[in-house]
Design a binder for this molecule. Structure first.
Ligand code: F6P
Length: 539
């Protein structure tokens, strides 16, 4: 059974939220803090090693209660059971959405089309474990019998961003293997990576759910040709492995069937790092850490599935975001992790969030009359403070932001950690309170400069404060955003798990590519025709 189609704007709760919005849209959060000493305590959720403080938002108890009513009217709990229960909620592609099954324990039962999928997941996990161990220990060797030193993950989109972000995020837990990522069809990317690699000691992991993606197949072919300059066709079996659902295409590429790590069509590309797509994670940090990542995600799954609205972290984050997106008309959200390890986190979330909810046709097939998917962007603090924070503090746009911080530094440098965390707390405090004219004046500021130094404040933030960056806490954090995406898609009444929007450009690129070598010219608009002909004269 698919998800129900309910237009959120036709609900009673939406209507009430609209009226409520009119009454509190100008309210300054600082007044609420002044008059309600319990606010900072009430608007928090403590769960395991996570602490969410959402009190610095332009919401009050009534907002929360109306958002909860909205969740009920939209029958969110029914949607949650369908999501976890293997129903084909990805209706436009006729598939279930079961990345949560990938991190369920071995004794769990998750049924898809009448079959429990857990045993086959465990089988693949076992294969990942064995393979990683052999490569890390040096027992599995390359074609000249040398141990591997380097791994190259060849994939794009979900077959690249998830593993690349996690390998980077867990650098502290890494072993001796150097893991590289090749994704762009830009030949300079693959050549730049290959130039420092030794074909005898490099293992290539080709990751493509469909095994039809132009970028990945072009890069894999270029790498195979480079490899064959040093080795024979038979040696490919020792150095190339693949992760895919398309076993036939993988074999046709020349990969030994023993070296195929299967995945399933019920795992969406942007939610696939928990499957064998995470092989390079397991190689980089070892299977035990990979498994801890899965365990963390599973804990978040249980929290999301079972916790009541008020204490449910992904649920609260999703509804607060809807509040800004649909009532305040905020267009984007920032994610600011205060750890350099999460340098690629916003990039990863861009695919997860925008490929999922960047839709404008509702589940009844009609064009929506309200805003859906928000833009997501961000960079680690404190670097981002010296880049775009000016606009968040004093610009004309409302940009709700998630601040993610960790209590304990991994290398134990307390001096740096204190400086980092003082910035972490200072920024959300500044965004909340701002700085008044009187305060600026009291600093002896020249009268003509005063307006430029005023900060209005009242800029919303969530603080997600976690004990320590570990594989497990990272798993929880990623799963938290996955469930936020799900909730928002349900509320916006869109299908979050297809991605037809990426197809048109691909099709046109295919046609244009032929025109470079053929004398034939397709019909284009005048601007595109001009640009293509300029390029043809250069090549
Ligand atoms: O960008 C579109 C997309 O289909 C993504 O959803 C997916 O993650 C990516 O391409 C790569 O696809 P594949 O793993 O099939 O090569």
């Amino acid at each position: 059974m698919s998800l129900k189609s309910i237009n959120p704007t036709q609900t009673k709760a939406w209507n009430k939220l609209q009226q409520h919005f009119e009454s509190i849209k100008e309210a300054h959060m600082t007044k609420w803090f002044e008059h309600q000493p319990e606010r900072a305590q009430q608007m928090t959720i403590k769960w395991e090693d996570f602490f969410l403080d959402y009190s610095k938002n332009r919401i009050n108890a009534e907002t929360l209660s109306l958002l909860k009513d909205l969740a009920e009217e939209l029958q969110l709990s029914d949607a949650v059971s369908k999501y976890f229960g293997g129903e084909k909620i990805n209706k436009t592609e006729g598939r279930a959405v079961l990345h949560t099954a990938l991190r369920a324990p071995e004794d769990a039962e998750v049924f898809y089309e009448g079959n429990n999928v857990i045993p086959e997941i465990c089988e693949v996990k076992h294969k990942i474990k064995q393979f990683s161990l052999e490569v890390i220990e040096g027992d599995r060797k390359g074609f000249t019998n040398k141990a591997f030193t380097d791994i190259v993950n060849i994939g794009i989109g979900g077959s690249d961003l998830g593993p690349a972000m996690v390998v980077d995020a867990l650098s502290y837990y890494k072993n001796h293997l150097n893991v590289h990522f090749v994704s762009n069809v830009d030949g300079d990317h693959v050549n730049e990576v290959l130039k420092n690699l030794n074909p005898e000691t490099t293992l290539f992991v080709i990751v493509s759910k469909t095994f039809t993606t132009q970028e990945t197949l072009s890069n894999a072919t270029t790498i195979k040709q480079w490899f064959l300059q040093h080795a024979t066709q038979d040696d490919i079996a020792k150095q190339f492995v693949a992760v895919s659902t398309n076993i036939e295409n993988v074999k046709a590429f020349g990969i030994d069937p023993q070296n195929i790590f299967p995945m399933w069509d019920w795992v969406g590309g942007r939610f696939s790092l928990w499957s064998a797509v995470g092989l390079s994670i397991s190689l980089a940090v070892g299977f035990d850490h990979f498994n801890a990542l899965l365990k963390g995600a599973h804990k978040m799954d249980i929290h999301f599935k079972e916790e009541k609205f008020e204490q449910n972290i992904p649920m609260i984050l999703a509804f607060i975001s809807i509040w800004y997106n649909n009532f305040f008309k905020a267009e984007s959200e920032a994610v600011i992790p205060y750890t350099q390890y999460l340098n690629q986190f916003a990039t990863y979330l861009q695919q997860a969030i925008m490929e999922s909810n960047g839709k404008s046709i509702d589940r009844a097939g009609d064009k929506v009359s309200y805003q859906t998917g928000n833009l997501i962007w961000g960079e680690p603090g404190t670097n981002s403070q010296h880049a775009f924070f000016q606009l968040i503090h004093q610009g004309t746009k409302l940009i709700p932001a998630d601040f993610i911080g960790f209590g304990t530094p991994l290398h134990g440098n307390q001096d740096h950690q204190d400086k980092l965390m003082s910035n972490f707390f200072a920024q959300t405090e500044a965004l909340l309170n701002g700085k008044t004219k009187a305060e600026v004046k009291a600093e002896g500021t020249n009268e003509s400069i005063i307006p430029y130094k005023i900060f209005e404040g009242n800029r919303p933030t969530n603080t997600i404060f976690i004990d320590k960056l570990t594989p497990e806490s990272l798993g929880k954090l990623i799963a938290m955003y996955e469930h936020k995406i799900f909730v928002q898609g349900v509320v916006w009444n869109v299908y979050s798990y297809d991605q037809f929007g990426v197809e048109l450009g691909k099709q046109l690129a295919g046609k244009i590519l032929d025109e470079f070598t053929d004398s034939y010219s397709a019909h284009h608009d005048a601007s595109t025709a001009n640009l293509i002909s300029m390029y043809k004269s250069m090549r």
